[in-house]
Every structure is written in structure tokens, then in C-alpha cells.
Design a protein around this ligand. Structure first.
Ligand code: KIV
Ligand code: ZN
Length: 510
């Protein structure tokens, strides 16, 4: 058995199925490039047959990424496989990932197919996919709730048809570690020619065990794990890439394998995905949360100062937290700014984009004495080159006083024309959103509002996420500023602008 654990990232496919996390083609290319820097082995860039937008996005990632394999998902139906095959054509290495459900409940109630029909479709899909690429993955959807004898028959048939990776997903997050590990080792023991393929797992987090289940699968013999940055994904999410990679690396005494991942790229990848999707990272999240390496207790601090390993099992800098996070200040020049962005893996599309970002940096540096890496990530997060800006904040004023009703006054441009809004509200943010709505009259529903301090200190920028929905479409907007009311207004307008732009990708419920 190989000792390389293949890391298959599905942030841009399963992760994108989180409400409001949809990504444009250009955003996918930015994430794809970061995943390549992270040295992810396989990047699932989308579901090419889902929409023309998703097809274009998979194709663009296949063109941009050279080092990682680029993959498209496809149901086990002819049209899906052909679309996936076309989309991955420009890739240096391309994979088709085809799937069909194998549990009784899915076969009877969803597919309305007999088990024999399911095998027939799986085999036909794999054979067709092999006409496009030698790298074909087959997933038995809901494998954990599938009958093991039947799974053995399906896997035997698809190996004969040419599948090279066999995936055993816990689609509904139902398994527990001991059972998943056992399921993988049973399948490897029972399926003929199991040593000719790579066994994989793909775990959802409904019971909070996605990472533990994935690691148990590795102990049972899986050599590919499907995961997402920050654990983004359907419902409670997928297994978190950063946790799996660092668990395997930190516990080399337990795991007989390791990954190719450049762990110093983990934090930049986490920040990029969070900013593009509008999903903040909880502060106590393992590896990538702001507090993951912060020691509060005096006893711990004392221990770490005397001998780091007393309380630290990993080094923050090894996963990309910068030891010296103070980066730039008011006097830093354009070149220092540009080279710092490069160090952080932040790409700038053009000289105009760099100039605009540098102007924003100078404005921020006037308000905030010390600029940290986190500030720069936030500063650059609104820099999607393809963003459509229908609504823009020009000016805002909020009056808030103990015992008085807050009042917000603001000026926006709507399609380039200035308009003024004014409203009271139960707090300054409420008043601001109402004033925006007085102008925009968007008919949207506010699903989520959250504020995070980007760095420590009362001069920290607040990073605001706003989730809006309209006509079944859900989007996340983000804004950051030292003034959290301004950040809130920006986040709201960012979400409105996203709602106004044409959806590029569609999210079929699998
Ligand atoms: O959760 C799941 O079963 C999936 C498959 C398509 C692999 O996402
Ligand atoms: Zn999934």
C-alpha cells in the first residue's frame, strides 16, 4: 500500500453547495491557484453539467492549474459525463468523478431503479468516462447506509469497467469512526483487485465526526480523503482539509502515510475561501481559527515560554500563521505593499487594481497605526475582478446616543447615480440597513448578520458578513472597516450587488 495520502479538495463543488457560497468563474480560478500552491493533489472544480457557468468555471480552473489534477463531478448519465469530459479537456491532468447512489433508500425512493439498473448505469458511466481520461473516480453515494454485499458487487463491476479511484462517501454524516474504518478495510479485503485502485472516503459532518471518520478510513486503508477548506460544505459541512492534513502529519506515529501538502499555505487558503464565500471562520476552529494558537491561561503561557512543546503540538508558523504578523504601516511604499501581497499569495489582476488597493491601504493606514496580514486579506477581499457594483456607498452618517433612537443618513450611487436614504432603527446597523433599503427597495430577506474583529485591539477592523435571500437565491456579502457600521453597510451592499449579478453557477441538490 502506498504511503501517500491523496488530498482531494471539493471546496469548489461540495463546499459551494453551502447556502450563499457560490463562486464566480474568476473566484474559482483564484481558489484553484491557491489550492495548487497548497499542493492539493486533486481539485474538484465543480459540476460541469449543472449549468453553463459551472462548465465554464471548471474549464477555466483546468486551464489555470498545472500541478494539481482538475476534476469535474458527473452523475452516472451520459450528458453529465460528456460535459465533464469537455470541461476538463484543457487540464494538464484531468479526472471525471462519477457517482450513483447505492443505498436501498436512495435507489428505491430517489432513483427509482433496481440494484441491477444501478450497476448497469455505474458501469456504463465509468466506461464512457474512460473515453475522456484514464483517471476516473466512482462514488457509491450513501455508501455508509448501503448493503455491504451490494457495494462489493458495484465496486467489483466498476473496477472491471476501468475506475481507478473508488470513493466510499458518508453522504449524510451517519457513520462513526470505528464503523467507517471497518467498512473500508472490509471492502479492501472483499473486492477483487482492490489493490489496483485507490480507496477514498468523503465524510459529511452532520454528527460532528467528519474528520474523525475520515481518519478512521485512512487507518482502514483509504489513501484518498475528500475534504474542504474550513470544512465548508452541505449542511454541517465536509471534513476539514486542514484538520486531516495536520492530524496525519502531527501523528506520524499513528498514520502510515503523509500528504504532499505545503502546510504553510493552509492559513492563506482558509482566509481566501472565507472571504470569497462569506463564511467566517469560528475563532476556536482547529488550525485556522484566530484563537487556535493563543494561550490565555497563565499556566499555559508560562509553560510555552519555558518550553514550547509543553502546550503546543504544532507550530503556528508551520500552518501559515505568520510569526511576525505586523506587516506594514503608514509610511510603507507601493513596492513594499506589492511584495507583501505576493508573500501572502494574494494575486493582483492589473496595475489599476494594484493602484486602487494601494489607495485603500493608505486610507486604512491613516486610521490604524499597525496593519497586520489579516487586515491585508480583508482589504483585498473585495477585489474580485469580475464584481459588478450596482450599489456603491459614497457617504454615511449615523447618530446614536443613549436614550435616543439612532438615525442613519447615507448617500449611495445606484448605477452611477447618487441617491440619498435616511432611516431610524433599533440600533445604528438596523438604521443603516433600513436607509439602504429606502434607496434599493430590494425585496430581500436578511438571513444572517455577523461581525468579527479581524485583529486584536479596539482599533481592529470589523469584518461583517450579511446573508440575503431573494427568490430562492442566497448570497453572502462581506465588508470590513474600522467603523463597523460602515463595514456593515459595505457588506449589505456587497450582497445586493451579488444578487443583482447574473448567477453563474447553479447548485443541484445531489
Ligand atoms: O456526499 C456525497 O455523497 C457526495 C458525492 C457526490 C461524492 O458529495
Ligand atoms: Zn458530499
Amino acid at each position: 500500500m502506498t504511503n501517500q495520502l491523496i488530498i482531494f479538495d471539493t471546496t469548489m463543488r461540495d463546499g459551494e453547495q453551502s447556502p450563499g457560497a457560490s463562486m464566480s468563474r474568476d473566484e474559482k480560478v483564484r481558489i484553484g491557484r491557491q489550492l495548487e500552491r497548497l499542493r492539493v493533489d486533486v481539485i474538484e472544480a465543480g459540476f460541469a453539467a449543472a449549468s453553463d457557468g459551472d462548465f465554464e468555471a471548471v474549464r477555466a480552473v483546468a486551464e489555470a492549474v498545472r500541478e494539481s489534477t482538475v476534476c469535474s463531478l458527473a452523475r452516472a448519465i451520459e450528458r453529465d459525463i460528456r460535459r465533464a469530459g469537455e470541461a476538463i479537456k484543457p487540464a494538464a491532468r484531468g479526472r471525471i468523478h462519477t457517482f450513483i447512489a447505492t443505498s436501498s433508500i436512495h435507489m428505491e425512493k430517489k432513483l427509482r431503479m433496481t440494484p441491477e439498473q444501478v450497476i448497469e448505469n455505474a458501469v456504463a458511466a465509468v466506461k464512457l468516462a474512460r473515453q475522456y481520461t484514464d483517471d476516473v473516480e466512482f462514488s457509491a453515494e450513501d455508501a455508509i447506509r448501503s448493503d455491504e454485499d451490494f457495494l462489493c458487487r458495484v465496486f467489483d463491476a466498476v473496477i472491471k469497467a476501468g475506475a481507478t479511484t473508488l470513493n466510499v462517501p458518508d453522504t449524510v454524516g451517519y457513520s462513526i469512526p470505528a464503523l467507517l474504518g471497518q467498512r473500508i478495510s472490509n471492502l479492501i479485503a472483499r473486492v477483487p483487485n482492490s489493490d489496483k485502485v485507490i480507496w477514498s472516503t468523503h465524510c459529511h459532518n452532520d454528527l460532528g465526526m467528519a474528520v474523525a471518520n475520515s481518519l478512521a478510513a485512512v487507518m482502514g486503508g483509504a489513501r484518498q480523503v475528500e475534504c474542504t477548506i474550513n470544512g465548508l460544505g452541505e449542511r454541517a459541512g465536509n471534513a476539514a482539509l486542514e484538520e486531516i492534513v495536520m492530524a496525519v502529519r502531527t501523528r506520524q506515529d499513528v498514520f502510515q502515510c503523509d500528504t504532499r501538502i505545503d502546510a504553510t499555505q493552509i492559513v492563506p487558503a482558509s482566509k481566501l475561501v472565507s472571504q470569497i464565500t462569506g463564511y467566517p471562520v469560528q475563532p476556536n476552529k482547529a488550525i485556522v481559527g484566530a484563537n487556535a494558537f493563543a494561550h490565555e491561561s497563565g499556566i499555559h503561557q508560562d509553560g510555552v515560554l519555558k518550553h514550547r512543546e509543553t502546550y503546543e503540538i504544532m507550530r503556528a508558523e508551520d500552518v501559515g500563521w505568520n510569526a511576525n504578523r505586523l506587516t506594514l504601516g503608514k509610511l510603507s511604499g507601493r513596492n513594499a505593499f506589492k511584495s507583501k501581497l505576493q508573500d501572502l499569495g494574494i494575486e493582483i489582476a492589473s496595475d489599476e487594481a494594484l493602484n486602487a488597493a494601494f489607495t485603500r491601504f493608505k486610507t486604512l493606514a491613516d486610521k490604524k497605526r499597525e496593519i497586520f496580514d489579516e487586515d491585508l486579506y480583508a482589504l483585498m477581499s473585495g477585489e474580485a475582478p469580475d464584481a459588478v457594483e450596482r450599489f456603491k456607498l459614497i457617504y454615511s452618517k449615523v447618530h446614536s446616543e443613549t436614550g435616543e433612537v439612532p438615525l442613519a443618513t447615507l448617500t449611495l450611487t445606484v448605477d452611477g447615480k447618487e441617491q440619498r436614504g435616511e432611516s431610524s432603527g433599533s440600533g445604528p446597523v438596523d438604521a443603516t440597513f433600513k436607509a439602504i433599503e429606502q434607496v434599493a427597495n430590494s425585496g430581500t430577506e436578511l438571513l444572517l448578520y455577523s461581525v468579527n474583529a479581524i485583529t486584536t485591539g479596539t482599533d481592529a477592523q470589523g469584518e461583517v458578513t450579511v446573508r440575503l435571500s431573494k427568490n430562492d437565491r442566497v448570497v453572502n456579502g462581506q465588508g470590513s472597516d474600522c467603523d463597523i457600521v460602515v463595514a456593515s453597510a459595505q457588506a449589505y451592499l456587497n450582497a445586493l450587488n451579488k444578487l443583482h449579478s447574473k448567477p453563474e453557477t447553479a447548485h443541484p441538490q445531489l
